[in-house]
Design a protein around this ligand. Sequence first.
Ligand code: SAH
Ligand code: SF4
Length: 345
Amino acid sequence: MPKTDLKALSQEEINSYTKDAGLPAFRSRQFIHWIYECYAQSIEEITEFSKKLREELSERAYISNLILLNRQTSKDGTQKFLFGLDDSETIESVLILDEDRLTLCISSQVGCAMGCRFCLTGRFGVKRNLRPHEIIDQVISVNRLILPKRITNIVFMGMGEPLANFDNVVEAIVRITGIMKMSPRKITLSTCGIPPKIIELGKKGLKVNLAISLNATTDAVRSVIMPINKTYPISALLEACRKYPLPVNRRITFEYVLLKGTNDSPEDAHRLIRLLQGIPCKINLIPFNPYSGSEYERPDEKTVMQFQDIVLKADMTVLVRRSKGQDILAACGQLKTGYHSYVSV
Ligand code: SAH
Ligand code: SF4
């Protein structure tokens, strides 16, 4: 029989595993404590268990781990982690330091199938979905690496489209908020906009923050830069947003990557105001982060400020997000390595 990976189990599965193994119920609490709070990477590390128990368990079970392949630190303190998976695929996670916040930007897929034209991740297609524990292990592994500090916020803005890996992402969120006890207020799911999935997410009642990569104000432009728009145009996307059951005092974030000469005109800014009318929201303007071979350019500072000014005058909350970690290709849309296997199999 193959060994059971304890890190891959849900709370209920850990309970039944403990029971089936003939262990007392408090052992499942200890498993949880050691895996999720002490970041144990092997049963051997669970020193609360006797040596004999650890040996017995090790014959039937193990704790899987992401393999840290590379860790880079940017001039601004942003760190990028390259992790290997058990089938030799790779993913990246990015740790962003912001005053007292430690935000981990995590991946939900190896690559991405959505093919947005400005996004490096989207150029390589999708290799596979991440399983719930592979999503969560990014948090556990980084927590272990930054001890005694701890991640305070999580954003699903790394590689992949989280709503295209719906069940696994939902299960990961259930475990992060349940087993790991992180508040859903500290978790943000960013999507390119798949209306039926946004509605389904709302029905799950997870209470996580929602971010929408809008990136254009007309269907003509959005369909060119984000192919998903051909299936779900802006009106369908915004209708799903209006229906999203926002917890009190919460707002949807709209991300808007500014691409020189494509979506950065004053007319765009005015259309953006009209489109978002009536939706409790804030807008994050992200000046395009270039990479070698990108066909788009970042608008100049004046254009960015002018765009922000127009939206501000309409009394909307709008921030310019200065992407961090650009020197190590850790900024939005610059994660790419997932497509390249690190071991040839
Ligand atoms: N797939 C999800 C989450 C990952 S992308 C989504 O699309 O929302 C995270 C954010 O990075 C998105 O808002 C996307 O529009 C933005 N982005 C992608 N490429 C970028 C680039 N080169 N420069 C700036 N932002 C980029
Ligand atoms: Fe995928 Fe998001 Fe990049 Fe689009 S912007 S290709 S959805 S990761």
